[in-house]
Design a protein around this ligand. Structure first.
Ligand code: FEO
Length: 388
């Protein structure tokens, strides 16, 4: 397979994973890529490897422009195996390569995972001279692992950003302007929501650290790289890392015999009547990674479940467990649900909303058995009182 030229003597040599549909629980419905970059200078440098299983693709793309044995440095931006999994393989094919990793966390993580592989640990702000170019390392701890770092090349004005600004998106076209921009932005948002939402404060710090850099190209660790819409993705990260919400609602639920579903439809329509667009997610047919992507930029959140064996539905529990881990902020949330007897589900949902810091903005909305027209009118009034 061929390398893709990014700039003179700089190539993309990564792998395209067309088939991956689950990335530790995140539904990657458009596949992904594991991006690696090759810089041909006095010192030949590989930035990142690929997930285990894709090493031959990496090697063939590298071999299309240079003998892998001539590689002097391999920069390991991140210990997570989708980027570092190919290190032992590349170590065999590039025996003289020194592996550059962050100090101390990258060194610790790589050593624990792969044993001794000729590492050189660098601190934030350190630079590496390749000949005509320099690489400057900026650690971005907890964005999203303790070891994470990005690499900036001032001569080329390229930021090798690893996970930041990436998307799980398999495509043969490597740049933002060669792909459908709304799709790229949607996948970038889904990536941020599912991988980085928890780390807004760290993302803000990283944005400040990168703020002074003159960037013409952001070479990402996943999906397409940014060259024509850099200001768009930076502005989006600015908004997302501040947990900014829009006047939108998410109504998410599961239902047994349609009563909670009728409540969900009523709630969505109540928002709509007040001019608030509502996204409606039945958890029987929507994945939680898509639902959280909408929740994190929505001002309103309604979570519904009937009571099943004194509990909420397991689908709803799964969503709330996942959402709690991502720690969304700024939603006006409430619980709703129908019941035959008992009716514990709404209180249990409220407990979870409280635990994630989303104090319910309305009393739980409970309806026994089949909702009546009067009950649905009262539900509409309650929801609309939230909007004001
Ligand atoms: Fe793409 Fe955190 O690995």
């Amino acid at each position: 397979m061929q390398a893709v030229k990014f700039k003179e003597d700089i190539y993309w040599v990564g792998a395209i994973d067309w088939s991956v549909r689950n990335f530790h629980g995140y539904e990657t419905s458009r596949g992904s890529t594991y991006n690696a970059y090759l810089i041909l200078d006095d010192k030949i440098t590989l930035i990142d490897t690929v997930k285990h299983g894709f090493e031959e693709e990496l090697l063939s793309r590298i071999s299309s422009v240079v003998n892998p044995a001539d590689i002097d440095y391999i920069i390991s931006s991140h210990v997570e195996p989708d980027h570092s999994g190919g290190l032992p393989f590349m170590r065999q094919h590039s025996p003289k390569a020194e592996i550059i990793t962050s100090s101390p966390q990258g060194l610790k993580g790589l050593t624990a995972r792969y044993g001794e592989l000729n590492y050189k640990a660098v601190k934030s702000g350190e630079t590496l001279n390749l000949g005509r170019r320099n690489l400057s390392f900026v650690t971005t701890p907890m964005l999203h692992w303790p070891d994470s770092m990005v690499t900036y090349c001032p001569e080329e004005k390229i930021l090798f950003s690893n996970d930041a600004f990436g998307q799980h998106l398999a495509t043969t076209e490597r740049f933002d302007d060669e792909n459908d921009l709304p799709t790229v932005m949607r996948e970038a948002k889904k990536y941020y929501a599912n991988i980085l939402m928890l780390f807004g404060q760290q993302a803000q710090k990283a944005m400040q650290a990168l703020g002074g850099l003159d960037i013409e190209l952001i070479a990402t660790g996943h999906g397409v790289s940014w060259r024509s819409h850099i200001s768009d993705i930076l502005a989006a990260y600015e908004r997302w890392s501040k947990y900014e919400v829009e006047d939108k609602a998410v109504v998410v639920f599961d239902s047994m015999w349609h009563s909670t579903e009728i409540m969900a439809r009523t709630i969505a329509d109540a928002f709509r009547q007040k001019g608030i667009p509502a996204r409606y997610f039945d958890l029987k047919s929507n994945h939680i990674s898509d639902v959280v992507t909408e929740i994190f930029t929505s001002r309103y959140l309604a979570v519904g479940s009937p009571t099943l064996n004194n509990q909420m539905m397991p689908t709803v529990a799964s969503l709330l467990c996942y959402l709690k881990g991502l720690a969304p902020k700024n939603q006006k949330a409430f619980a709703f649900g129908s019941y035959g007897w008992g009716g514990q589900s709404v209180g249990l949902i409220e407990n979870e909303l409280n635990a994630m810091g989303l104090t319910p903005a309305l009393p739980g909305q409970k309806i026994a058995n089949l909702p009546t027209a009067e009950q649905l009118a009262a539900l509409t009034d309650s929801v609309q009182s939230l909007v004001g």
